[in-house]
Design a protein around this ligand. Sequence first.
Ligand code: URP
Ligand code: ZN
Ligand code: ZN
Length: 463
Amino acid sequence: MAEYDLIIKSGRVVTESDSFEADIGVKEGKIATISKNLEDGLGDTTVDASGQYVLPGGIDVHVHLQLPFSGTISADDFENGTKAAACGGVTTVIDFAIQTKGKPIMDAVKARRAEADPKVCIDYGLHAAITDWNPETQAEIKKVIDYGIPTFKMFMIYKNEGWMADDGMLYSALEETAKWGGHIGVHAESVFVLDMLVERYAAEKEKWGAYGHTLSRPCVTEEEAVVRAIKWAEVTGGQLYIVHMSTGEAADAVHAAKQRGVRVYAETCPQYLLLNDDVFKQKDGHLYATCPQVKKPHDNERLWKGLATGDVQIVATDTCTFTTEQKAAWNGDFRKIPFGMPGVETMVPLMYTEGVGKRGWSVNHLVSLVSSNPAKLFGLYPEKGTVAVGADADLVVFNPEKKVTLKAENLQTNCDWSPYQGWKLTGYPSVTISRGEIVAKDGRFVGQVGHGRFFKRKAHGHL
Ligand code: URP
Ligand code: ZN
Ligand code: ZN
């Protein structure tokens, strides 16, 4: 019997802090050795990584697979969405179990696990979205954390969906989660101003078309909500995570809060770095509607700066795939567009081309943003987010020279359009490995459905 199940030979291993040439031996899903000159014969399978990087697998902490939303269900389910993740070099995703008002959080968790467990092709976790607050919910927080879900989500909008949390709930949840080492992620937009503006622009919807979506959500609606949420974190001592941050103003607010010692972290997504609201003027502009919407070029630049300086610590995707057919439900009314877009499959290669290739980031910095910071903040470290003996063998062999033109028809995601259609990338994953199993090769899924496992995450995540 071979000493290792898999050997990855002659790659350049890159973690958030180190880069070195090495061979990696994998046994029973774990990294068993990192050394030089491992003989091929010692492994059942050998992957030649010469001339390529070996990175810890990407961790996308913000996906919505098969999410019932806007009268439809997001088009990438747990099976195809995790296949797409694997094809793009992502080895762990974190989705959401959304509490039904009046019901226990754990009901939602169990229901989501029943949907996900048989289908997932890579490891996954869940955040618990809190939509209700009462003594029972409060008492559940510690139980949910002990179960392996230390991170919660609260939506400051989405009244109609029954998901909205008010400030009192947010305050209480920050207090309670702080006791047990949890944190609260917020979707931060000012609901009352936003709803008023939505109706104002909807009154002239024929005139504005999809551009009404952006007119009705000016940057201040994110900034104000972020400032407010930060204030509640500051006075409660709770840990706050701003999801899908889209504006420069919010990045400034996070920066200022961090200077004051507030426990606040922020995520942005490729769409807020690479797209701007001119897309809504295009004929197919409604396809790009997501929530919050993509903003202005100066917001893109401030967010890039935030990633470079540490104001923004994580890149995730907010994957919520809707096809052109699903998006067509808008029928000229921007209020009816199913909000969301595909993303998990393209995050790592896009950030490599745009961050490392064009903006001179080190590969270590890329690894910190898409793998090790998410692992540390979300309680997956050190099993995930690094390349070290004893860690899960969640690895990506990444070819920095490979040229790819993104086309929806070549991607695994169940979507017939791509926000990045025709974009030319240099650098793409060539092999993705999930707990020692090869799950994707050259952008094609080759793994097993159901291989993924629910990861019980640890509390007290921080950077
Ligand atoms: O447009 C989006 N992002 N849809 C998913 C729900 C959310 O707000 O994250
Ligand atoms: Zn959101
Ligand atoms: Zn989301």
